[in-house]
Design a protein around this ligand. Structure first.
Ligand SMILES: Cc1cc2nc3c(=O)[nH]c(=O)nc-3n(C[C@H](O)[C@H](O)[C@H](O)COP(=O)(O)O)c2cc1C
Length: 414
């Protein structure tokens, strides 16, 4: 019986342990977590979601406070179109965030950044261009295009001197999405270096409708693999979503995949950004505690733990401070839902908004407990302490368990 370590991922001249830790926004996949994955010879991701608030927390900058000060006059206004990001400041924050990872990197692995197109930031093209270009300036090894079709994203960076040397990949959930992307990007004369195929059991946003349960990762990977062979396209395929053990990963690696992307198992490691109190909730969750809902203003379904504080909370929109989900017209589905509830409950101090959530605020505060479907199995990957809490794992332990375990087993920590 094989283990993941019997395989290698080839990316250009590089040979890597075929384990990629997926991007988990807002600083759930921290620099520290990405550094461990790279040190151990795999690929780690940082995320470019809400980088100004992440650098404020890590480096004591005041980006968010300054932005709020600038736009304070607009806080009561439902129209947020004036709330713009200063692109120089966005670049400065990105440089600090990415630079801190690349400066500290050790080992043979790589560090990529997860760039979500759905972070439209009241100026989708301009902000995405700055985020990607600055990450390349700061030495990032690769960019994973996520949460969106990214039909114009290669074109946004094609003039960058590193366009052909940085590793570029995209996350898709169907063959159709991949075909569209390749067709639209063809003009730049560059193929992606890898394709992450994300199935319906993943954490974060899903590239499926509410009928997600009818889809199956292995089938989608097989479809894409067959099409790529027919087209003589040799691009590494990296399945993601519900790959919980090393043996699950081997199953994919034996069937045409070049690596796997995993995330949920790393949410309960000490390098992960989630506070330990929240990690205990992930451990405790049962299958019934996990749902896919439509609370995200992005319009994509999202998986989360039902008891998380983000659900039903009616906080005033924080777009003047954050504003990451404002569309090209300065609007967000949460603002509309919030204003509807305010109008329906005049004079009430604390309203509830049940159909949407202020994702910026709640992701930033670790109050939106997004998770993969198999979060309910995390309790079986560790030991329970005398006080009833679960032992937090190290990223190295989880990485090596994926790398070396066999027979569907999961190694418990010492
Ligand atoms: C807590 C959490 C946050 C996530 N956030 C993002 C994100 O910001 N961007 C993204 O592209 N994928 C995100 N994902 C998806 C992962 O990167 C990954 O592809 C997927 O969860 C893998 O499946 P697994 O969690 O079952 O291992 C997130 C997943 C989790 C568990």
């Amino acid at each position: 019986m094989k283990c993941v370590d019997d395989f290698r991922l080839r990316l250009g001249k590089q040979e890597l342990v075929p384990i990629m830790v997926g991007g988990m926004g807002v600083d759930i996949s921290t620099v520290a977590l990405s550094l461990e994955a790279a040190r151990l010879g795999g690929i780690g991701h940082i995320s470019d979601a809400m980088v100004p608030t992440v650098t404020d927390r890590r480096f004591n900058t005041k980006f968010v406070k300054d932005k709020l000060k600038q736009y304070k006059f607009n806080v009561e206004n439902a129209d947020k179109s004036v709330v713009k990001f200063d692109l120089d400041i966005l670049a400065e924050a990105t440089k600090m965030h990415v630079g801190s990872a690349m400066d500290a990197k050790k080992g043979d692995g790589l560090i990529f950044i997860n760039c979500m197109e759905k972070l439209t930031m009241n100026a989708p093209k301009e902000t995405l261009r700055v985020r990607m270009q600055t990450a390349m300036d700061a030495g990032i090894d690769g960019i994973t295009l996520a949460a969106g079709l990214h039909l114009g994203s290669f074109a946004l960076i094609e003039d960058h001197p590193r366009f052909r040397d940085v590793k570029l990949g995209i996350i898709v959930s169907s063959l159709r999405a991949l075909q569209l992307f390749l067709k639209k990007s063809a003009r730049t004369g560059r193929l992606p270096d890898y394709v992450v195929v994300e199935g319906p059991l993943a954490g974060g946003h899903l590239g499926f409708g509410m009928d997600w349960a009818q889809y199956d990762l292995a089938t989608i990977v097989a479809d894409i693999h067959a099409w790529m062979q027919a087209e003589q396209l040799d691009i590494p395929l990296i399945p993601a979503g519900g790959i919980f053990t090393g043996s699950d990963a081997v199953g994919f690696l034996e069937n045409g995949a070049s690596a796997v992307q995993v995330a949920t198992r790393f949410t309960v490691t000490s390098e992960c950004g989630l506070p330990e109190k929240v990690q205990q909730e992930y451990f405790k969750a049962t299958e019934d505690d996990i749902e896919v809902n439509q609370l995200s203003p992005t319009g994509y379904p999202m998986r989360m733990i039902k008891s998380c504080p983000a659900i039903g909370d009616g906080i005033r929109p924080n777009c003047e401070a954050y504003g990451y989900l404002l569309d090209a017209n300065g609007s967000c589905a949460y603002i509309q839902a919030y204003n509807r509830e305010v109008a329906a409950h005049p004079g009430e101090r604390r309203i509830k908004v049940m159909d949407k959530t202020c994702l910026c605020t709640h992701m930033r505060n670790f109050d939106c407990w997004t998770c993969g479907q198999y979060t309910y199995r995390l309790k079986d990957t560790t030991r329970r302490k005398e006080d009833g809490s679960y032992q937090i794992l190290s990223a190295e332990h989880v990485f090596k368990d994926y790398q070396f375990s066999k027979d569907g087993k999961v190694a418990l920590p010492d």
